[in-house]
Design a protein around this ligand. Structure first.
Ligand SMILES: [Mg+2]
Length: 179
């Protein structure tokens, strides 16, 4: 196997989510996930639950969280280093959290899974970014879900996302056109 095919194999394993949802998180079909054996979820925060310039989650997200948390444990794991922002959002949803998680580092996500008392394969990692959320989930052997941000992503974040998708398409051409 040459270097390129090794890279393609590795990239295919790490960068490709198990599921791509072209709608915001509140459209995620939780019953379908339960049928696949998913018993818990780790959620990214910025551009997953709310836009990175928004301060509060929408009523739609609050409602979705309040429904899902009755069925399975949820944890927030964010790379945002502003602890106060993530704590405020987590408190508003009454969810446990880690901020400054340095995904794709496995440390915080692994701790969240352990706190749930579940195996990684029983937990979905849900986020908007390939190189952080999807890579950490795939590294741990979780079920990985790439979702559409709830608000338009602008500026540098948009360029980063577009670069990631370009990279992912090198490994897998099946990404929906909206990504
Ligand atoms: Mg994010």
């Amino acid at each position: 196997m040459n270097i390129w095919s090794s890279l393609v194999t590795l990239g295919g394993k790490l960068l490709v989510p198990d599921l791509v949802v072209t709608q915001p998180i509140w459209c995620l079909d939780v019953a379908m996930l339960q049928q696949r054996g998913i018993k818990g979820m780790v959620l990214d925060v910025d551009n997953t639950l709310l836009g990175n310039r928004e301060r509060e989650v929408s009523p739609a997200v609050k409602h979705w969280v309040s429904q899902v948390r009755q069925q399975m444990p949820l944890w927030l794991v964010s790379n945002n280093c502003f602890h106060h922002r993530i704590k405020t959002i987590a408190d508003s949803l009454q969810l446990p959290f880690y901020a400054n998680a340095a995904k794709p580092s496995r440390r915080c996500v692994k701790r969240a899974i352990e706190a749930m008392g579940l195996e990684p394969a029983q937990v979905a990692m849900v986020g908007d970014r390939l190189l952080t959320d999807i890579v950490v989930g795939n590294r741990l052997g979780m079920y990985t879900i790439l979702i559409q941000p709830p608000a338009p992503v602008e500026g540098t974040s948009r360029l980063v996302r577009e670069g990631e998708v370009w990279l992912a398409r090198l490994f897998n051409a099946n990404y929906p056109s909206c990504y």
